[in-house]
Ligand binder design. Structure first.
Ligand SMILES: Nc1ncnc2c1ncn2[C@@H]1O[C@H](COP(=O)(O)OP(=O)(O)O)[C@@H](O)[C@H]1O
Ligand SMILES: [Mg+2]
Length: 239
């Protein structure tokens, strides 16, 4: 990990009609870091990820990836620049096989190494290998989340954004998914932004964290400091 930010968000705002969901949010993510974005339901976490990836328009502010302004790029261009997104719930298509789901994630790659990429991604997720030709509907919740992460990795991102990957998973499986993200980051140098309501779990694997409340950043810092900050924990993190 270095101190050079790979992703910088500057005073980003976004709205749904009259509802201001993000209000001048600024944050930086160092290259190779694992950064948690926390906050209660409705805090603006999903809107932040959707605005970063071009799925929702920014009202004002800027998003810089490796110093380049990507704020107004359409979603498919954002992916080719290196920012991939695992949406809430994973978005796995259960009517397709594991391989077919992975192939969808490779559609935006500029090179033609789809097959090699699939083998590389499958290697990271042993439980998916033997199921590669099976319907995604046969996978458990944890395996579906793995598939969703694998699909995002097919685009060879520099930064992976995950929207509440622990949602609906048992505590043990959540631990496995968090450990997998941490391991992936160490092995590949990938930068990870982990959006979670499970603040305690996310802070235990991340180095830095940002806390959102009503669309604003209300606390930020080293994850260990946020864990030790009783006021922030009680007011915003629910533990
Ligand atoms: N499609 C939408 N239309 C209108 N308001 C929305 C929509 N999506 C989210 N919001 C509102 O924006 C705010 C932030 O929501 P969201 O980003 O989903 O928060 P989180 O992911 O932290 O739960 C909330 O007040 C929510 O009600
Ligand atoms: Mg959300």
């Amino acid at each position: 990990m270095t101190d050079r930010p790979i992703l910088s968000v500057e005073e980003l705002s976004a709205s749904y009609g009259a509802v201001r969901a993000l209000d001048r949010v600024s944050l930086t993510v160092p290259a190779g870091g694992l950064c948690a974005v926390l906050g209660a339901n409705g805090a603006g976490k999903t809107t932040l990820l959707r605005t970063l990836t071009g799925l929702h328009p920014a009202a004002s502010g800027r998003v810089l990836l490796e110093g380049e302004d990507i704020t107004r790029l359409p979603a498919e261009k954002v992916i080719t620049r290196g920012l991939a997104h695992v949406p809430e719930g994973g978005g796995v298509i259960v009517e397709l096989t594991v391989e077919e789901n992975l192939r969808l994630g490779g559609l935006w790659r500029s090179d033609r190494r789809g097959k090699a990429a699939m083998d590389e991604v499958l290697e990271l997720f042993p439980p998916l290998v033997e199921r590669r030709r099976k319907s995604a509907s046969t996978l458990s919740g944890g395996e579906r989340q793995m598939l969703a992460i694998g699909r995002a990795l097919m685009a060879r991102p520099k930064v992976l954004l995950l929207d509440e990957p622990s949602l609906g998973l048992a505590p043990l499986i959540t631990k496995q998914i968090f450990a997998l993200l941490s391991d992936l980051r160490e092995r590949t140098g990938l930068t990870v932004v982990l959006v979670e309501q499970n603040a305690a779990g996310a802070l235990s694997v991340s180095e830095t964290g940002f806390v959102l409340n009503q669309g604003r950043v209300v606390a930020e810092g080293a994850s260990s400091d946020l864990l030790a900050d009783d006021r922030t924990r009680h007011a915003y993190l629910g533990f």
